[in-house]
Ligand binder design. Sequence first.
Ligand SMILES: CC(C)(COP(=O)(O)OP(=O)(O)OC[C@H]1O[C@@H](n2cnc3c(N)ncnc32)[C@H](O)[C@@H]1OP(=O)(O)O)[C@@H](O)C(=O)NCCC(=O)NCCS
Length: 339
Amino acid sequence: MQIRPVDVHDDTDFHAFFAVHEASQRFQRPFVAMWGEAEAAVALRRPDSAERAEAFVAVDGDTVVGTGFVEFPLLDNTDKVYFTVDVHPDHRRRGIGTALVDHVVDRAKNEDRSVLIGMSHYPTDADEDHPYRRFAASCGFDLANTELHRVVELPVSDATLRGWVDECAAHHEGYRIETYVDDLPEALLPSYVELKNQLAVDAPTGDLDFEEEALTVEGFLERSATLKEQGRTVYITLATVGDGDAAQAVAHSVIAVPADGVDEPHLHQWATLVRRGHRGHRLGLATKAANLRVVQRNHPERTLLHTSNSAMNGPMVAINERIGFRPVEVNAEFQRRLV
Ligand SMILES: CC(C)(COP(=O)(O)OP(=O)(O)OC[C@H]1O[C@@H](n2cnc3c(N)ncnc32)[C@H](O)[C@@H]1OP(=O)(O)O)[C@@H](O)C(=O)NCCC(=O)NCCS
């Protein structure tokens, strides 16, 4: 067995990588929602000035038996490496996962990174004997953050959502709530990027310790272009204060819709965040409900909305429960510090 990089620009090599990654990710996960092959190819082929990604495979003869994927943040959190390793369900328990993690450790050392963070998913009732937890422990990782992956069937009653929007409006006089598709007005970009950069420090992340992100407007536009090339439609509902060029984004809620035919019927609730000085005005529920109304009206074929939050994130979980989200699995992050 050998570990080698994937030539992400070669369709055949990329397909062999993705097929095993997908087989592993879908194994025993009835509620998995994952990127399509074409989406993943765009993400790995397009340069991103804020993050460098590498894909690699474990091969046994000509057969790909395992895959790995690492991301090196370049502008912030530069002590970290984020990764996923996957072993095809038919080839597990033969040391392939350990070899893939050893490769991640080598890459981290070569890039002078000391904190490794790996992701995994398992049922909500799994304990420390679950295979993926035992594997992480055997590789020297601690369970550092536990999020619950939740889903809600759509549509949520439009009258209910409208009721929440109206109820919230009484609490946020002076704020404007507006939904944008894919692109934001130029004047809002600097405050929007600043808002987005707070998520890493404002959302609870257990024992993981993140710095604020340092994404720039140019970096954000680069990522928007990647999302367009992937065929995804992104709905962003913003709460703003001020008018015209002085307007500032202070809260947002984002839903991503994959391209037609990709991973139906799923869609993804991404971040919802209210800036610290603007909390207490129900802007979280206001932006989330307003965004969802537009998305479910425009995409009736998408009937399952996914989200993931730390179990410790009381305010966000309360909003999600109100919307009808229910937990379906654990999204776990395991951490190992290199000394
Ligand atoms: C977790 C995963 C990568 C393990 O791959 P693998 O090739 O089976 O792992 P290894 O053979 O290297 O296992 C190493 C050790 O982990 C533990 N382990 C792994 N699978 C186990 C299982 N089913 N039951 C109990 N312990 C297990 C054991 O201690 C094992 O050592 P041993 O076989 O000498 O007892 C694989 O199950 C997988 O792809 N899961 C889905 C994706 C994921 O969760 N990735 C991990 C986080 S990034």
